[in-house]
Unconditional design. Structure first.
Length: 150
């Protein structure tokens, strides 16, 4: 299966929210109960440093940002800074867990987003099934506009 392409444009320092519906070719929502999701934003596709790391399932979510440096590397001394947000699966467009089958709600608080460097970055979103099968469902640019009011 080829992943969808979707470019995301965000404003640095603003809260980030994105809602997607994962559906069959017949437009029926796919039940994501038992799946886990992960989305990373990096400066480029080969960068070892991470700008944002979203994760979650139907019960819990997490978000790690780069803090004041804007980026971090897994396994390094600086492991990033926990933020408020992440990914909820089978969620509604407002992030409620009693939501839409196939609904994917991704969010990040404004404090985490104010540390993301402005510029053109890249992301992808992957789902992992209970048997370990990983599917990249969407990928693209993650463009961050600089903020003037701080």
């Amino acid at each position: 299966m080829t992943s969808a392409k979707h470019d995301i444009k965000v404003d640095r320092g603003s809260s980030f929210k994105l809602f997607l519906e994962y559906q069959t070719s017949g437009s029926t929502g796919i039940d994501l109960d038992g799946f886990t999701a992960e989305m990373q934003v990096r400066r480029n596709t080969k960068a070892s440093s991470i700008l944002l790391h979203f994760r979650g399932n139907t019960f819990e979510r997490g978000l790690t940002g780069g803090g004041s440096t804007g980026e971090y590397t897994l396994g390094s001394t600086f492991e990033g800074v926990a933020g408020t947000g992440g990914i909820f699966l089978n969620a509604s467009s407002t992030g409620s867990t009693a939501g839409t089958t196939g609904g994917i709600f991704i969010s990040a608080d404004n404090t985490t987003m104010e540390n993301v460097p402005s510029g053109k970055h890249f992301y992808d979103l992957e789902l992992t099934e209970t048997d370990g099968t990983v599917t990249r469902i969407v990928e693209g640019r993650f463009d961050v506009s600089a903020d003037v009011t701080r």
